[in-house]
Design a binder for this molecule. Structure first.
Ligand code: 6R9
Length: 646
């Protein structure tokens, strides 16, 4: 086991780090024993409040309720922009690196302020008020950040939908949160290919009567259809807008954004985050986990369509007055050297990415890395899925020249910010472990009876008490929040992940214990993919599981039972793949489709996914007990016809 592989804290980094080992230990204890005192001090230190709060925290994990800094008032956009103007108005806020390596742009805090104020006024002109929902369906361009901050400025709740989602998925999300404005672009550009965002939005909006405005940024100048009744060019609206817009004073518990994420059942849930606690933990983790020092260039490669982009491209870094790099493209375009060329071009100090990207680049060979300098790099980070020791090693040695510690950050859309993570100047690393809890986080492992595991051991990962950036509700369905997160283990927040704790108290995430799979760091409910597949008229039943995939971490393996009389064909496989792309998006493409004349079911009709997972993983010698199946012979057929025999 890789446990014995301990990487001590680098002395060079510890010398100037915000948090040292002793400080971590003392502050962590304080954050657990006196949370109110601890968080009140941090809220003063990190944020600027228009009015101080009455109560630091209140929570009830039976009802799934949490309130932080109740009675306090602040505005997120003022905290991310206005308060920096006096000291660093002319400092770069956003470095934008386009898909094409010759395309880039630097935007100062002053310029961001002007753009955000104008856009906030545009939103107001279009009737957007505090509490209204605005959907953002954008490529990775600075306007995406302006859109988020402009919503925050007027008190509107944004709901970003990843640009890779299909019109169908976009429509569902617009309808679920009843957005009245959609902000999009004519086209996106990634890896040299265009993405028809406006055309997708048109298809979605045609089924969303509540949308009164579609604001369109001109990114490529490509042809788009135009509906005068609601389409508005961003540049036209901005040209007429005033650059003067006072931030709306918001309650600490007013909603900031909704972000849809997959669960183990049904449609994606609208995870709702609020203002004060969210911003505090995003800012604080950004500063401490990446040991961000003033003036450093920080680059998180995520897309703003995911929570990582929310907390660690925009809100955390900008609350800290950092220089945040925003990348439009993909790590392999034009070549697999792109990331490291960008690091050299912009003198990046901190680089934060996903294991799937590391594995993909690792497969391209070391030369793409070693041909670049990377001497400015100081800290590396990963997020999204467990990182395998080989990828960790390559990232550490080849990318970081054995000089840069790797922050393996475990957290979720629902947690809003880092929860388990090393701190560069404080915590020794073990490859593959997200190490120890961040301040104020009380992780526990629960056994099969729901009892806390003491000391080293394994179990379901749960959190015992509220943290500032926790999910507040599932938009429009608080009962679903309670059911999903607070019912499995009453009194705890259940993460859906399994984990192991070693003798040093380090946590090792073992993966999801529910029917959620993690494909290239993107969360997907197997139920969502199944719902898409059974829409096909020839499909009677579909069962989807994850299986180990070298690059993606997990691939999508679909077992399909056809209607009586239908014949399997390659053509039909293509149709099924296309259906997943249409209903969800390219990230939901099944990697493997296996025809299954029958599925292993219990006598009560429940599909035994455990068996399907084993067959998909080619672990057919370890199927376990199949005697409770209604018809054990279906398993033999599935084994004989399995697609993964490698
Ligand atoms: C931030 C983000 C959350 C799920 C989570 C877990 C997996 C995330 C991880 C990790 C092992 C890490 N996950 N970070 N597993 N080590 N460092 O990814 O949010 O998209 O909601 O996914 O991702 O399974 O439960 P989200």
């Amino acid at each position: 086991m890789a446990d014995t592989n301990l990487y001590p804290v680098s002395e060079a980094i510890a010398a100037s780090a915000h948090i040292t080992k002793d400080e971590y230990e003392t502050l962590y204890q304080e954050s657990i024993s006196s949370p109110e005192t601890f968080w009140a001090a941090k809220a003063e230190e990190f944020l600027t409040w228009d009015k101080k709060w009455d109560k630091v925290r209140e929570f009830d994990f039976v009802k799934g309720e949490a309130r932080w800094f109740d009675g306090g008032k602040l505005n997120v956009s003022a905290n991310c922009i206005d308060r920096h103007l006096a000291e660093r108005g002319d400092q770069v806020a956003i470095i934008w690196e386009g898909d094409d390596p010759s395309d880039d742009l630097k935007v100062t805090y002053k310029e961001v302020h002007e753009q955000v104020c104008k856009l906030a006024n545009v939103l107001k002109t279009r009737g957007v008020k505090k509490g209204d929902r605005v959907c953002i369906y954008m490529p990775m361009i600075p306007e995406a950040a302006y859109a988020m901050l402009a919503c925050a400025r007027v008190g509107a709740i944004h709901s970003i939908v990843f640009g890779g989602f299909s019109p169908e998925a976009l429509k569902d999300r617009i309808q679920d949160s009843d957005c009245q404005v959609v902000i999009t672009a004519d086209e996106g550009v990634r890896g040299g290919r265009k993405i028809p965002l406006k055309a997708n939005a048109d298809t979605a909006v045609a089924q969303c009567p509540g949308v009164s405005t579609v604001l369109v940024v001109k990114r490529t100048g490509g042809d788009v259809a135009w509906d005068e009744s609601h389409d508005v060019w961003y540049h036209d609206a901005m040209a007429e807008a005033s650059a003067d817009c006072a931030p709306e004073p918001m309650d600490a518990e007013d909603p900031l954004f909704i972000l849809y994420t997959s669960g183990s059942t049904g449609k994606p849930k609208g995870v709702l985050h609020t203002t004060g606690g969210y911003l505090l933990q995003a800012a604080m983790t950004h500063k401490y986990v990446f040991d961000y020092q003033d003036g450093e260039v920080y680059w998180c490669t995520a897309d703003v369509g995911w929570v990582t982009g929310h907390s660690y491209i925009v809100y955390g870094p900008m609350a800290n007055g950092a220089i945040t790099l925003m990348f439009e493209g993909v790590p392999t375009y034009p070549t697999a050297a792109r990331c490291w060329e960008v690091v050299d071009k912009h003198d990046v100090s901190i680089f934060y990415t996903a294991p799937t990207a590391i594995r993909a680049l690792m497969g391209q060979g070391d030369e793409f890395v070693t041909q670049t300098s990377r001497k400015t790099l100081r800290i590396l980070g990963t997020v999204g899925e467990p990182i395998n020791p080989e990828a960790w090693d390559w990232y550490y040695k080849v990318v970081g020249d054995s000089r840069c510690p790797i922050m393996d950050t475990w957290w979720q859309t629902e947690t809003g910010a880092h929860m388990l993570t090393p701190l560069p100047g404080a915590i020794a690393l073990k490859p593959g472990s997200a190490t120890l809890p961040f301040f104020g986080v009380e992780p526990v492992l629960l056994d099969g009876d729901g009892k806390e595991v003491v000391g080293a051991g394994e179990g379901s990962l749960a959190i015992k008490s509220s943290w500032p950036s926790q999910i507040r509700t599932v938009f429009g369905d608080h009962n679903r929040l309670v059911q999903t997160y607070f019912s499995t283990y009453p009194g705890y927040y259940f993460t859906g992940d399994g984990a192991r704790r070693d003798e040093d108290g380090y946590f090792w995430i073992t993966g999801r214990v529910d029917d959620v799979i993690n494909v290239s760091g993107h969360r997907m409910g197997t139920a969502e993919v199944e719902s898409a597949l059974v829409l096909h008229e020839k499909v009677s039943e579909a069962a989807v599981v994850g299986y180990p995939h070298d690059i993606k971490g997990q691939g999508i393996y679909a077992y399909i039972t056809l209607m009586v009389g239908e014949e399997p064909s390659d053509e039909l496989k293509k149709e099924l793949v296309a259906l997943c792309v249409k209903e969800i998006g390219p990230i939901a493409k099944p990697d493997v489709i296996q025809w299954a004349p029958g599925l292993p079911k219990t006598r009560s009709g429940k599909i035994m996914r455990r068996i399907l997972r084993k067959i998909a993983a080619n672990e057919v010698d370890a199927l376990g007990d199949t005697s409770t199946l209604a018809d054990p012979t279906v398993v033999d057929d599935l084994i004989d016809n399995r697609e993964n025999k490698g």
